[in-house]
Design a protein around this ligand. Structure first.
Ligand code: NAD
Length: 379
C-alpha cells in the first residue's frame, strides 16, 4: 500500500505527518510518497523525509496513492478525480458538509474524517480534536497576553503594585481547560463557565473559579458534548456572563456545539460594558463566534475592546501541532493497516466504523447517518 502525504493549502503551516511519523509507516512496510515541500512550513525539509525512506513527488502523483492523507480537504476538482475505493483521510466536518458527503458517496471513495473519531478512552491517542484544542487553548492565552496592555501576574515593585489580570474562559472543554491552565501559569486570576455540570470539578482543580448558571440541560445521549439550551437558561446565562465580563480584562471564548452554530455568549452590549483595553480571543470564530462582534480571521477593535477571531491557532505552532497531529495519525492508521502493510478495514472496530464517513457508496458513521440521512436508505 502507498500513503500519499499532501502539502496543506496556503496559510496552513502544519503538515499531517512529520518525518518521525512517516518512519513508523516505512517500518510497517508501507510506501510513503510526500508532496514536494509538504513539511517546509513545519520545519521539516524534503531531505528529512527522504532520510526516513519516503519518496518526494508532485501533487498529481500523491493524489493517486491508495491512501491520501492531509489535514484540510483537497480542492473540489481534486476530490472529483479520486477513484472508487481510494482512501481519503483528513478533517472535513461531515455534519456541516452534506453536499461533500453526497459527492463522496457518488464517487464511492472511502473517506475518514478525523474530527469524527469517537471521544472514548481507547480513541484518545487518535483524537486530533483534543490535540489541536490543546494547542489552541494555549496559544489563545499567549495571543491575549501579547495583545493586552496589562500584565497577567501580580507585581509588587518599587514603582508600585500591579494587580493581576482577570481572565474569563467561556467553555471548559479541552481548549478551555488548557486556556485556564496557561492563564493560571502566567499568574492571572481565572474564572470559567460551561453548561456541562462535569466541567465544574475540572475547572476548580486547575485553580479557577466556576461561574454557575443553574438549570442547564446536560444530555447523556450527547456523548459528553453540550446541547442547545432553553430560552430561559440562555437569558439567565447572558445576564451572569455580562456581570463577569464587565470585570474581566481578557475573555477566551471556546464554547462549541458539534454540527451547530456556536452559542452566542457575548453580546454587543456586553462588549460595550467592558473596560477599554480588554481583549477577547474567540476560538469559535469559524462557526459564528461566541461574541456577536467577532469577525472570522480578523482582529478588530470595538468600543476599545480588541476582538481576535481565530479558529486556526494550531497553525501558529506548526512544529509541535504537526508532531501531535502526526502521532494521532500513526495511532489511527495502525488500526487500518495490516501486518503486511496492506489496507485492512475492520468494520467491527467502533473507531474505524465511526470515523469512516463513506465507503463503497454507504455512510458508515452511525452519527453522520442519523443526523444527515435520518430517514433515507442510501445505495
Ligand atoms: P467542544 O469543542 O465541543 O466545546 C467546548 C466547550 O464548550 C464544551 O465543554 C462545551 O460543554 C462548552 N459549551 C457548549 N455550549 C456552551 C454554552 N452555551 N455555554 C458555555 N459553554 C458551552 O468540546 P470538546 O473540548 O471537544 O469536549 C467535548 C466533550 O468531550 C467534553 O465532555 C470532554 O471532556 C469530552 N472529551 C472526551 C475525550 C475522550 O474521552 N477521549 C476527549 C476529548 C474530549
Amino acid at each position: 500500500m502507498t500513503i500519499g502525504l499532501l502539502k496543506e493549502p496556503e496559510g496552513e503551516l502544519r503538515v499531517a505527518l512529520l518525518p518521525e511519523s512517516v518512519k513508523t509507516f516505512i517500518d510497517l512496510k508501507v510506501n510513503v510518497k510526500v508532496e514536494k515541500q509538504a513539511g517546509e512550513t513545519a520545519f521539516s525539509k524534503d531531505e528529512n523525509y527522504q532520510a526516513v525512506g519516503a519518496e518526494i513527488c508532485e501533487r498529481g502523483e500523491i493524489l493517486q496513492a491508495d491512501l491520501v492523507l492531509s489535514i484540510h480537504l483537497p480542492s473540489q476538482e481534486e476530490i472529483d478525480q479520486l477513484k472508487e475505493n481510494q482512501v481519503l483521510v483528513c478533517q472535513f466536518q461531515p455534519l456541516s458538509n452534506k453536499e461533500l458527503v453526497d459527492r463522496l458517496l457518488k464517487l464511492r471513495v472511502t473517506a475518514f474524517s478525523m474530527d469524527n473519531v469517537p471521544r472514548t478512552t481507547r480513541a484518545q491517542s487518535m483524537d486530533v480534536l483534543s490535540s489541536m484544542a490543546t494547542v489552541a487553548g494555549y496559544q489563545a492565552v499567549l495571543t491575549a497576553a501579547n495583545q493586552s496592555p496589562r500584565f497577567f501576574p501580580m507585581f509588587m515593585t518599587a514603582a508600585g503594585s500591579i494587580i493581576p489580570s482577570k481572565v474569563l474562559v467561556l467553555g471548559a472543554g479541552v481548549a478551555g481547560l488548557q486556556a485556564i491552565a496557561t492563564a493560571r501559569r502566567l499568574g492571572a486570576v481565572v474564572e470559567a463557565f460551561d453548561v456541562r455540570a462535569a466541567a465544574e470539578e475540572e475547572v476548580k482543580s486547575l485553580g479557577a473559579k466556576f461561574v454557575k448558571v443553574e438549570g442547564a440541560k446536560d444530555e447523556v445521549s450527547a456523548g459528553g458534548y453540550a446541547v442547545e439550551q432553553s430560552q430561559d437558561y440562555k437569558e439567565k446565562q447572558q445576564a451572569l456572563i455580562q456581570e463577569h465580563a464587565k470585570k474581566a480584562n481578557i475573555i477566551i471564548c471556546t464554547a462549541q456545539i458539534p454540527g451547530r452554530k456556536a452559542p452566542l455568549l457575548i453580546t454587543k452590549e456586553t462588549v460595550e460594558s467592558m473596560a477599554p483595553g480588554s481583549v477577547i480571543v474567540d476560538l469559535a470564530a469559524s462557526s459564528g463566534g461566541n461574541c456577536e462582534l467577532t469577525e472570522d480571521n480578523k482582529i478588530c477593535e470595538k468600543h476599545g475592546v480588541k476582538i481576535i477571531g481565530n479558529s486556526n491557532l494550531p497553525s501558529s505552532m506548526p512544529m509541535d501541532a504537526s508532531k501531535m497531529y502526526g502521532k494521532n495519525m500513526v495511532n489511527f492508521l495502525k488500526l487500518i493497516i495490516g501486518p503486511e502493510g496492506q489496507l485492512n478495514l475492520n468494520w467491527e472496530d467502533d473507531i474505524v466504523a465511526n470515523t469512516c464517513v463513506t465507503h463503497q457508496g454507504q455512510v458508515m458513521s452511525s452519527r453522520v447517518k442519523s443526523i444527515l440521512y435520518p430517514t433515507e436508505t442510501i445505495n
